[in-house]
Design a protein around this ligand. Structure first.
Ligand SMILES: Nc1ncnc2c1ncn2[C@@H]1O[C@H](COP(=O)(O)OP(=O)(O)OP(=O)(O)O)[C@@H](O)[C@H]1O
Ligand SMILES: Nc1ccn([C@@H]2O[C@H](COP(=O)(O)O)[C@@H](O)[C@H]2O)c(=O)n1
Length: 208
């Protein structure tokens, strides 16, 4: 079984993806990390994220970088949404993601274009969303817990900017697949959101 989990920044898709991967014993790929690794390499090497050639040059990163906490920073998240708009960057990361999705035994991937581009054949597709303000509040809390002091207004502005870039780009924009089930987590606790996700998977499996 392939499960595709897509949605905007801080919607809760990573939280749901990790829980579903555990529940169904599926290997999980957080595809945002790949774009974050490109972004982190661009930043560290003093390259220009808006230049496609610079971003492509950063696609040959070493996999050990994927565990680097620097990737989790907001600066890297914003830069990831700039480099991910370049068609040649997406092309450079495509085969790896498709291979992961098609491995024997199934897989779970989360990102922005899993149900539309990486694994359009996925048996289960979830589109996880929440209002911009709720997403900003969650991200703000998370940043504060990690000792990063930034205003809620700034986090909200960053989320809106990322939504705009991710959904307006020409290549593989953030868009809900026609056959994806919407999961609005705005007024759900983490446990309730995970429970709802499991129900959606079970219903899909039962219907063949
Ligand atoms: N239903 C929920 N209620 C409250 N907090 C939540 C809920 N779901 C997730 N969170 C919290 O919100 C924050 C963002 O969640 P998560 O990392 O899963 O989002 P994401 O969509 O994967 O974000 P990104 O794309 O930016 O990586 C985390 O701190 C997480 O613990
Ligand atoms: N399939 C994907 C996944 C991510 N992106 C871009 O990377 C940025 C960071 O992603 P996170 O999920 O870690 O927040 C995101 O804003 C996207 O621009 C993507 O394009 N496709």
């Amino acid at each position: 079984m392939i499960i595709a989990v897509d949605g905007p920044a801080a919607s809760g898709k990573g939280t749901i993806a990790r829980a579903l991967a555990r529940q169904y014993n599926l290997p999980h790929l957080d595809t945002g990390l790949l774009y974050r690794a490109v972004a982190a390499t661009v930043l560290r090497e003093g390259l220009d994220p808006s230049k496609e050639a610079d971003a492509v040059a950063a696609c040959g990163f070493d996999d050990s970088l994927l565990a680097d906490p620097f990737l989790r920073t907001d600066e890297v998240g914003q830069t990831a949404s700039i480099v991910s708009a370049h068609p040649l960057v997406r092309a450079a990361l495509l085969a790896r993601q498709k291979r992961f999705a098609q491995q024997p035994g199934g897989a779970l991937l989360d990102g922005r274009d899993i149900g539309t581009v990486i694994a359009p054949e996925a048996e289960v597709k979830l589109f996880v969303k929440a209002t911009p303000m709720i997403r900003a509040q969650r991200r703000h809390l998370e940043l504060r817990k990690n000792g990063i002091n930034v205003s809620l207004d700034k986090v909200l502005a960053d989320i809106r900017a990322r939504d705009e870039r991710d959904s307006q780009r020409s290549e593989a924009p953030l868009v809900q697949a026609a056959d994806a089930v919407t999961l609005d987590t705005s007024f759900l606790s983490i446990d309730a959101a995970v429970q709802r996700a499991v129900e959606i998977v079970e219903k899909k499996r039962a219907s063949g």
